[in-house]
Design a protein around this ligand. Structure first.
Ligand code: FAD
Length: 394
């Protein structure tokens, strides 16, 4: 059986299979040449994002009462997996799916009514997430951006880095310190979450500067200089924001795992096809065990990662605890996609380096997931501490 004909996962609900077919048909309109051109220019895939939005694919996590389809995380994972499997890159818009979860879970009814229907339609883009700072790194509680209450507003000062898609988003979900770290009992306290309307803020205390990276990711650094944010844009209770951000991370990790599984499947299809067709020394290179075993191993690792991802997604959808599974899925899938990328490049020999094959582009894109949105070491630290009961290492 050739990989392109792989059936959907056993037991998958018919509506999820239909979604996969719809995403495949949509992605067929955006071939490798489309992504290559954007990559060269470091340009944003606005036509692709518009098509996904119009097809309702980015609102599957928003309940029907707020204008979404409420299909849930298994559907969202299937959509992103199919996008990556087609050779595209959902990173341009995946956050539109899940950042709103913080508003959905912790916002007031008025805030949900204010923002979620527009986000569901795509008329309002909430796909920027400002947590990481240059000096704090992974130690989120050490962030220095402050929000100080001043009557009916907060005044924000500081800087974020790696705030992706800020130039292509209307709203920004911002984590800032509202009580200094030395005045709280626990360092996780005193942090708060705000929705910043960047349409009003740019030029009035908010500056966005793009960062050019090894991949086309529309990432930026963002500067706050006495930016006024209405107090009405505070999400939940002041000082409890760290918990709200953590709550959103399981969904993000599962969806990134789904993207990595999709990437791995794309690399596997490309490698298998090439290994069957490329003839050297009078026979297909895929007849050599030195070529076929790495492909077979990569397939096995990808299937194992997909199972963990599906388990995590099902637990999340059932409202069950899934922190361990979400983290393990992210690590296994990011490792599977990165190893598949390396295997695919090796299988193609010199041609793997040619831009027209798309392999070097996907190789660069999938490398990100060893580092972001959470690095592999921090996942190992989570499992060591929270699953195995080992002493906290950081
Ligand atoms: C392209 C891109 C897009 C991004 N988009 C966003 C975004 O939209 N919003 C956002 O908020 N952030 C974003 N990020 C930031 C990303 O989440 C961080 O880069 C990532 O979490 C790692 O943090 P850091 O870069 O500060 O690394 P650091 O925290 O400085 O860590 C550097 C290295 O040291 C390791 N390390 C650190 N501490 C320990 C420890 N205790 N034990 C073992 N190893 C350790 C890490 O694993 C890592 O390999 C993005 C990053 C990139 C590159």
């Amino acid at each position: 059986m050739i990989l392109a004909e792989q059936p959907s996962p056993a037991g998958e609900r018919p509506e999820i299979q239909q979604i996969r077919e719809a995403v495949r048909a949509l992605c067929a309109r955006f071939p490798g040449a489309y992504w290559r051109e954007l990559d060269r220019a470091r340009a944003y895939p606005k036509e692709f994002v518009a098509a996904l939005t119009e097809a309702g694919m980015l609102s599957v996590l928003i309940p029907e009462e707020y204008g979404g389809s409420g299909l849930g995380l298994v559907a969202a994972a299937a959509i992103l997996e199919e996008v990556q499997k087609s050779g595209g890159n959902g990173a341009a818009c995946h956050a539109q799916m899940y950042i709103m979860g913080t508003i959905l879970r912790h916002g007031s009814e008025a805030q949900k009514r204010q923002w979620l229907p527009g986000i569901a339609l795509g008329a309002l883009r909430l796909q920027a997430f400002g947590v990481t700072e240059p000096s704090a790194g992974t130690d989120t509680t050490a962030i220095r951006t402050t929000a100080v209450r001043d009557g009916e507003r907060y005044i924000v000062n500081g800087q974020k880095v790696w705030t992706s898609r800020a130039e292509h988003s209307d709203l920004l979900l911002l984590l800032a310190r509202t009580t200094p770290r030395d005045q709280v009992a626990k360092r996780t306290e005193g942090l708060s979450v705000f929705v910043v309307d960047m349409r009003e803020a740019v030029g009035h205390g908010l500056t966005i500067r793009p960062i050019r990276t090894m991949l086309n990711h529309a990432t930026t650094e963002v500067f706050f200089d006495n930016l006024a944010v209405p107090a009405a844009n505070l999400i939940g209770v002041e000082g409890k924001g760290f918990r709200y951000i953590l709550d959103g991370m399981n969904a993000e990790r599962i969806l990134i795992a789904a993207e990595c599984v999709g990437d791995a499947r794309w690399f596997l299809t490309r490698a298998s096809d090439y290994a069957r067709e490329r003839v050297v020394f009078g026979r297909p290179i895929g007849q050599n065990q030195g070529i076929q075993f790495p492909i077979a191993r990569s397939y096995i690792e990808t299937e194992a990662a997909a199972l963990m991802m599906q388990r995590a997604a099902s637990l999340f959808e059932a409202g069950q605890p899934c922190g361990a599974e979400a983290n393990m899925a992210k690590l296994l899938a990011a490792d599977a996609s990165w190893k598949a990328a390396d295997m695919c490049l090796q299988t193609h020999g010199g041609f793997g380096f040619a831009e027209d094959y798309d392999i070097e582009r996907k190789f660069r894109e999938t490398r990100l997931y060893q580092v972001a949105p959470i690095s592999t070491n921090l996942i190992l630290g989570y499992v060591a501490e929270h699953v195995l009961g080992l002493p906290r290492s950081y």
